[in-house]
Design a protein around this ligand. Structure first.
Ligand code: ATP
Length: 780
């Protein structure tokens, strides 16, 4: 049974499947390309109907299913596109035996570009509504995660081209159906207004992203139209794809127009990231965006410190997209080898987390990179063959489009960008902080498009905020209590120092909690492993807990699914840090909580800081500062049951002591090694005890801490063993929380369950545990 093709535009919903099929066709061509393989018999151009289609048998129950009548496949076909006319033809060694009267093929390349290719005189206009059913899978499959979708696409077998036809081999048919069902499972028609290519739509379908987020809807068309864009949107709102999609679209455009072949390949885009973790994450997200299998993905080179520079330089040679942290990028660029010349040709410069990258401290290297990119009479020594790029290529900013993104921008700048600032001083001439730095980006347009999709709130809408007050010396205890009360949670604990991460991580581990540390003092591979372990813990339906204790190296941009709780163990030093730390939860429309642990003397300051974050947003949205202050956001103190906390104290103290012992002993080993090496060099003997006695005789600052360290160090193995045994016993014991059968143990109590039982038992939910678990706040 045959179906005929009718003329109508390609429906979005089937775009994903079409793109995939087109790619399969490409692939089968690749495999047998006669030019590449001269030994093979020469191929001749064929009408699509004349190709040697083979029937694939269908299982009985598929017969006549919603008009899906069968499948055919063809092997050994080259798809050749004429660069000038855009016409596509099919080259094949084997033509079909005289066509059967009813064996009409219509599953072919699907968009206008491929029209005449079918037979030279027929036009292809896609399917009509009746045909659409043919392409639809029999039944919607459950949604797959981007990850499983990616894995699925990797596992694909050799490409085949299929067409509707009569019955054939059942197994092959089912494989094909399964593949195609994957591709069409998400309806991406809500992306239609953005006018994206079928290949990009196929990717979005694979990622199961049914519609654009507000920043994507607003900024992608501007970027596609070639404008410079400064985009502001709350944390977790999809800014990465906001620049990723326009880059992919340009990549696909250039590829199909063969504009990137012939000449030596230069990167299409350069992405700057403030942290190594974020750089690797950008790589992952863009790779996922390009992993639908519908097209050959761009190659991405990620340049960060801590990993092999040689390897990164090698990767750079073939890169379509370069992602880098400023330090390593500058190191690689300044190593020469024509890298600047190549980077001058980029069409996109992306500055992610712009306010951080362009802030004091980070800006020097960024500025050097920008200067190098924009230098017109660049150092000829850098260029190969003595060629001067300024003679042969246009000034870089003329071709380069700049895309700048963050969730936070300086308030004054925000107002000015939005056209609400005081008159006088334009963006390009002002010497004020961020404005001046932005001007260094050399936008190609005088006024970049400023898009602020969340003028009223920098924080995600699903975020709840609260604080817990305790004396400074009990922060560890309250942290533990908080984590116990949030059982089965993926939590991120922020501290202000590497030492704190080194101390708190083993403290929690001693208490049986799955804590992982992350800080910039760790080797890069260990950092990436930590993020990986934290990410992997708890992706199942009932997420197992996992806790990351980190410095602000994890505050920006990290996108880890299902982080339900952010705890500020140390207070953030600035309002934007509060926004970005808190933004690690409540991402992509999910709920999440952000809790600050603060000492009594810190409470007033914290309230001011959080109120400032909320007021800043209000002011940026046209309210006067006094109006915003009047409506001031007041962060609530959470009601945590102090009796429960008190009962957790003995185990917390022991866990802390054991952590201190470990740290002190490790420190001692390091000091000993250092001193021994120094003594050896000086030719004297080193006796650690004697040295210790001399040092302890001296008075001075930090003596109390040193004494404690010494005591910890001096604990014998037996004493440490006894402490461990004591802790083990304590962890087994009930923490009587006032209701007879309820208790907390080391085994991460499921407080939700506890509260539910309690509720069922007649007592009031949340009463004795406090209201921490649901934060007890009105929606802010
Ligand atoms: N259109 C979409 N539909 C559903 N999910 C999306 C969509 N676009 C992006 N996402 C997902 O939302 C999450 C957050 O996106 P992303 O990391 O780009 O946020 P962000 O705005 O850059 O956040 P931050 O400011 O913290 O860096 C990611 O897991 C991403 O895959």
């Amino acid at each position: 049974m045959a179906t005929t093709s009718n003329k109508r535009p390609l429906p979005d919903k089937v775009a994903a499947m079409k793109a995939k099929k087109r790619q399969k066709l490409d692939h089968s061509g690749d495999q047998t390309h006669s030019a590449a393989n001269p030994k093979k018999k020469a191929k001749t151009a064929s009408r699509v109907d004349d190709l040697a289609w083979k029937d694939i048998s269908m299982p009985d129950r598929m017969e006549d299913y919603e008009g899906f009548f069968g499948l055919e496949e063809v092997d050994g076909v080259d798809v050749v596109k004429d660069a000038s006319s855009g016409q596509i033809s099919f080259l094949s060694q084997n033509e079909k035996a005289p066509p059967q009267a009813d064996a009409k093929t219509d599953e072919t390349p699907d968009d206008g570009a491929n029209d005449q290719a079918l037979n030279g005189d027929e036009e292809w206009f896609g399917f009509d509504d009746a045909d659409q059913d043919i392409s639809e899978p029999p039944a919607p499959k459950p949604k797959k995660s981007a990850k499983s979708a990616r894995e699925g696409s990797k596992a694909k077998t050799a490409p085949k081209v299929s067409t509707t036809a009569d019955q054939g081999d059942a197994t092959a048919a089912f494989e094909l159906l399964a593949e195609n069902a994957d591709a069409v499972e998400t309806d991406v028609s809500a992306w239609r207004s953005l006018k994206l290519s079928p290949d990009t739509l196929a990717s979005l379908a694979k990622l199961t992203f049914p519609k654009p987020t507000p920043i994507q809807r607003a900024a992608i068309p501007e970027a596609l139209a070639g404008h410079d864009v400064i985009g502001k949107a709350s944390t977790g709102s999809g800014k990465t794809l906001t620049f990723g999609i326009p880059i992919l679209e340009r990549f696909l455009e250039l590829r199909s127009g063969s504009q990137r072949s012939g000449q030596a390949k230069a990167p299409l885009a350069l992405l700057l990231s403030p942290t190594r973790e974020l750089a690797h994450q950008l790589d992952k997200h863009l790779t996922a965006l390009c992993s639908s299998g519908a097209f050959e993905a761009p190659s991405i080179a990620t340049l960060t410190g801590g990993l092999s520079m040689q390897k990164q330089q090698r990767l750079l040679k073939n890169a379509d997209i370069v992602i880098g942290t400023p330090g390593r990028l500058w190191e690689v660029i300044s190593s020469g080898r024509g890298i600047i010349k190549a980077l001058k040709q980029i069409q996109f410069l992306v500055v992610d987390e712009a306010d951080r990258l362009l802030s004091e401290g980070h800006f020097k290297e960024v500025e050097e990179i920008l200067n190098a990119l924009d230098r017109t009479e660049d150092g000829n020594e850098e260029l190969e063959g003595g060629e001067d790029a300024s003679e042969t290529s246009p000034p870089p900013t003329a071709v380069r489009q700049t895309l700048v993104f963050s969730a936070t921008f300086d308030r004054g700048l925000q107002k000015k960008l939005a056209g609400k600032g005081k008159s006088g001083g334009d963006l390009m001439s002002s010497k004020e902080s961020m404005e001046y730095l932005l001007s260094k980006l050399n936008f190609r347009e005088e006024k970049p498009k400023f898009i602020d999709v969340n003028p009223v709130n920098q924080l995600a809408s699903g975020l709840k905020e609260g604080l817990i007050e305790c004396v400074g010396t009990e922060k560890d205890l309250y942290l533990y209590a908080l984590l116990m009360l949030h059982a089965n949670t993926r939590a991120l604990v922020f501290t202000n120092s590497i030492d704190a991460v080194r101390r708190i991580t083993p403290f929690l581990q001693n208490l049986g909690l799955p804590a992982i540390g992350l800080h910039s003092g760790m080797a890069q591979k260990a950092r990436l492993r930590s993020v990986e372990r934290f990410t992997q813990g708890g992706v199942s339906a009932k997420p197992s807990s996992s806790i990351m204790v980190a410095t602000d190296v994890a505050a920006r941009g990290l996108d880890i699914a299902n982080v339900q709780l952010v705890i500020h163990y140390h207070l953030p030093r600035a309002a934007d840090t509060y926004v970005h730390r808190s933004g690690r939860t409540a991402r992509a429309g999910q709920p999440g909580s952000s809790i600050l642990i603060c000492g009594p003397e810190e409470v007033a300051g914290v309230r001011r800081l959080v109120a400032k974050v909320h007021a800043q947003a209000a002011v940026a949205h046209d309210q006067s500062a006094s109006e915003a202050a009047k409506q001031g956001f007041y962060i609530r103190t959470l009601d945590i049951d102090r009796r429960v906390v008190a009962r957790l104290k003995p185990r917390a103290n022991l866990a802390k002591k054991l952590a201190d012992v470990n740290i002190a002993k490790e420190k001692q080993h390091k000091e000993d090694d250092f001193m021994r090496a120094a003594a050896e060099e000086l030719g004297v003997d080193y006796d650690s005890e004697e040295f210790e006695k001399q040092a302890s005789g001296r008075q001075g600052r930090g003596n109390g801490r040193k004494k404690k360290e010494r005591e910890s160090r001096e604990l014998s193995k037996g004493e440490v063993g006894a402490l461990k045994a004591e802790l083990k016993e304590l962890l087994k014991q009930r923490v009587n929380v006032g209701v007879s059968e309820k208790y907390l143990t080391s085994g991460r109590v499921d407080v939700d369950e506890l509260l539910r039982q309690q509720d069922e038992g007649g007592s009031k939910t949340g009463e004795f545990l406090g209201t921490v678990n649901n934060l007890g706040l009105d929606d802010a």
